[in-house]
Design a protein around this ligand. Structure first.
Ligand code: THU
Length: 148
């Protein structure tokens, strides 16, 4: 598929890399600016080159301008020249529920391929992992724009 050529399947993170990614998502959560929701979220994004970019949610008194942790991390990575991603870990304070990315974040993640991993965690660090394809099935992406 054309999409696969643009974004070759990335290698899954190694065990130590994954532990670091999970830790960095929890650390990023501590920086969350969320005085309105009081719902801190952290994200950590592993690039194909092995670097990690983290992000937190950044809210605003003009509520609609708030940005999720996942998009903060992606924008940091993109603006530092990284467009190929292996995995993202997401952390919140929810004890009984795995944090899941909102629909807008799923679409922004999908822009950079459908075959990378997203680690959804609980506050205790336990996780489940989902491929982007699972989080956003039948997605629209950059390849579709070339089909007309
Ligand atoms: N939020 C995230 O940053 N990521 C998610 O996965 C879900 C929600 C933020 C947005 C807002 O600042 C707060 O959590 C409550 O919705």
């Amino acid at each position: 598929m054309e999409g696969d050529r643009q974004h070759p399947a990335p290698a899954a993170p190694r065990r130590e890399q994954l532990q670091l990614l999970l830790l960095r998502s929890q650390e990023a959560k501590n920086c969350a600016y969320c005085p309105y929701s009081r719902f801190p979220v952290g994200a950590a994004l592993l690039t194909a080159s092995g670097e990690i970019f983290s992000g937190c949610n950044v809210e605003n008194a003009c509520y609609s301008l708030g940005v999720c942790a996942e998009r903060t991390a992606i924008q940091k990575a993109i603006s530092e020249g990284h467009t190929s991603f292996r995995a993202m870990a997401i952390a919140s304070d929810m004890g009984d529920t795995f944090i899941v990315p909102c629909g807008a974040c799923r679409q922004v993640m999908r822009e950079f391929g459908t075959d990378w991993d997203v680690y959804l965690t609980k506050a205790d660090g336990s996780y489940i992992v989902k491929r982007l394809e699972e989080l956003l099935p039948l997605s629209f992406g950059p390849e579709d724009l070339k089909k007309v």
